[in-house]
Ligand binder design. Structure first.
Ligand code: PLP
Length: 386
């Protein structure tokens, strides 16, 4: 057995930086103490720039899915019409939640691997001929590695009907994209801790504008743990309605400090540079990309090996021989694609590790000479950033 540094390149969870790990391991404090109030105040405030939010961001002690569910239950009444854009496994998650609680659920299907076509979507809304309360979409659909044109979607939606609430699931890209609730016409933006925010799993985040906040107070849909009004009320006192994950709240502040040091613009630029370099590298390896360049996510890249045998060989060799963990496909793309996550504390040079391992693996599998080809393409792109 030869030694290689383990590298976690799944689209969440992501490697947790030492500074965050350290913060999460500090001695426990009581969550109804002034010690925690200080921690909570910092954490709520620290996330505002990352979400492009004027209001402090709510923090729930639960996984990302809870924020998907909370956004729906707090915006839509039981009889309301809601629309879900389904372009992959996490659009399906929204759909499943919606069908658990609501009768009037309208689904706009997008081919997996494609981005939503905004004019087609608006035509779909028109064709429904119903008063729609809210539209739900992923920002990055993690299962396909598509980044939807959320700004274009938000504007088109509000031009069509400004009363519709626009809810965006940014679980797998917030912290790696330039987002702004007002500019992008988003009412509620949700995320989770274990992706580009590079914390361990266990927190969900909800950013909202004032219109959404007012709506939360009016909606009658039954909810208890996920009643966002409870979180807002506690937040005003730098507290939480239920026992928070104190350790991860501290992690949020440590995360925000890291982002401030690097600069959020730089963080975003780093993710895009890695995306572009990796795409060039995969092309050099004759590995097809699932998503076209214009809609490729800066946080995860999906590629299509030539055969199932090649796919299994790549995934297993990366893991067993090189200690690099990447992800397979989900739903009907299981066994069809592989996904490399590249979000959080990933340096451009970390990705060289996977690119060079892929050169060896693909060369061996196909009995062709790829050594040096993908690395060269990668560096040609990334050098403009480094
Ligand atoms: C886009 C997206 N939404 C929602 C989720 C669900 O989050 P969790 O698994 O933390 O509940 C994920 C998780 O991978 C995701 O990528």
């Amino acid at each position: 057995m030869k030694y290689y540094h383990p590298l976690l390149l799944t689209p969440g969870p992501t490697p947790v930086p030492d500074q965050i790990l350290h913060a999460t391991q500090l001695p426990m404090v009581g969550h109804r103490s002034s010690d925690f109030e200080t921690i909570a105040e910092e954490a709520f405030r620290a996330l505002k720039p990352v979400f492009g939010s004027e209001n402090e961001v709510m923090i729930l002690t639960s996984s990302g899915t809870s924020s998907l569910e909370a956004s729906m239950l707090n915006l839509a009444n039981p009889e309301d019409d809601i629309v879900i854009i389904v372009s992959g496994a996490f659009g399906n998650r929204f759909k499943q939640i919606a069908e658990t609680y609501y009768e009037n659920v309208h689904i706009f299907e997008v081919e997996w691997g494609k981005a939503v076509n905004v004019p087609d979507f608006i035509d779909f809304l028109k064709s429904l001929n119903r008063d729609i309360t809210a539209v739900f979409s992923q920002y990055c659909e993690t299962s396909t590695a598509v980044l939807h044109p959320v700004n274009e979607l938000g504007h088109a939606l509000k031009d069509f009907d400004e009363s519709i609430y626009f809810v965006v699931d940014g679980v797998s890209c917030i912290g790696a994209v330039d987002v702004d609730l007002k500019r992008d016409q988003i009412d509620v933006l949700i995320s989770g801790s274990q992706k580009a925010i590079m914390l361990p799993p266990g927190l969900a985040f909800v950013a909202y504008n004032n219109r959404a906040k007012a709506r939360f107070a009016e909606v009658t849909t039954p909810r208890f743990y996920l009643d966002l009004n409870k979180y807002l009320k506690s937040q005003a006192d730098n507290s939480t309605p239920f026992t928070p994950n104190v350790a991860l709240f501290r992690g949020v502040t440590a995360y925000a400090q890291l982002i401030e040091e690097e600069g959020l613009d730089q963080v975003v630029a780093r993710h895009y540079a890695i995306r572009d370099g990796l795409r060039a590298a995969l092309k050099a390896l004759d590995l097809d990309l699932l998503v076209e360049d214009a809609y490729a996510s800066p946080t995860v890249t999906a590629f299509v090996p030539k055969t199932k045998d090649e796919l299994n060989f790549i995934k297993n060799e990366l893991k067993n021989r090189f200690s690099i963990t990447i992800a397979g496909g989900q739903g009907h793309l299981k066994g069809e694609i592989l996904r490399i996550g590249h979000m959080g504390q990933i340096s451009p040079f970390d990705i060289l590790q996977v690119v060079s391992a892929l050169e060896i693996i693909v060369s061996e599998f196909r009995n062709e000479a790829y050594i040096g080809t993908a690395i060269t393409q990668y560096m040609e792109v990334v050098k403009a950033y480094v």
